[in-house]
Design a protein around this ligand. Structure first.
Ligand SMILES: [Zn+2]
Length: 184
């Protein structure tokens, strides 16, 4: 059982877990079964990270101007640029100013990444997201302080050949000299 499963199991039992001052609280009190309490103790650091609620975004998405955000384990993520592939733990909508006109188009997804790189990442995004890769680790985004994203290590000629929970394997196409001879 990982931290997300603990929160979901508790929720099914009508127990709400929260993190306050480095302590995991379960409400209502006195109804948490011993094995769940044991799991909570064992995974306390993970739970504190999961339950610590990041400040919701103060402004629309810088990439697409969208106002709908969601989060599961990590930071708030734009719902239009990165639709959730799993059920989010939380949703948040940035209040829209009535004067703001929504001009976003599908092409505004991650506008700072070259098309060829974005296409390579899009091709594996669903698979990677199911395996727990957060969008900011795939596409980056300076506003989330993730300087080292997949998008920043991929070259135009690279191919993504494997996506696992722990790593994404990239085949670097080497430019070795090859002589194609007419006669052998
Ligand atoms: Zn967006």
């Amino acid at each position: 059982m990982d931290a997300v499963e603990i929160v979901e199991r508790a929720r099914r039992m009508g127990i709400v877990l929260s993190a306050e001052d480095g302590v995991i609280l379960a409400r209502p009190k006195g109804v948490t079964p011993p094995d769940l309490a044991e799991a909570i103790r064992a995974l306390k650091p993970d739970l504190l990270r999961l339950l610590a609620r990041p400040e919701p975004p103060a402004a629309p998405c810088p990439g697409c101007d969208g106002c709908a955000f969601w989060r599961h384990r990590g930071p708030w993520v734009c719902e239009r640029c990165h639709p959730p592939v799993i059920d989010p733990l939380e949703r948040f909508a940035v209040p829209v100013s009535p004067r703001r006109v929504d001009t976003a188009t599908p092409n505004s997804r991650n506008p700072l990444i070259p098309d060829v790189i974005r296409d390579k990442i899009s091709a594996i995004e669903t698979e990677a997201r199911v395996l727990g890769w957060p969008p900011e680790l795939l596409y980056g985004g300076s506003f989330w302080n993730f300087p080292r994203a997949l998008s920043s290590v991929l070259d135009d000629d690279d191919e993504i050949i494997e996506v696992t929970r722990d790593y994404i394997a990239i085949l670097r196409v080497r430019r070795d000299l090859l002589r194609f001879a007419r006669a052998h």
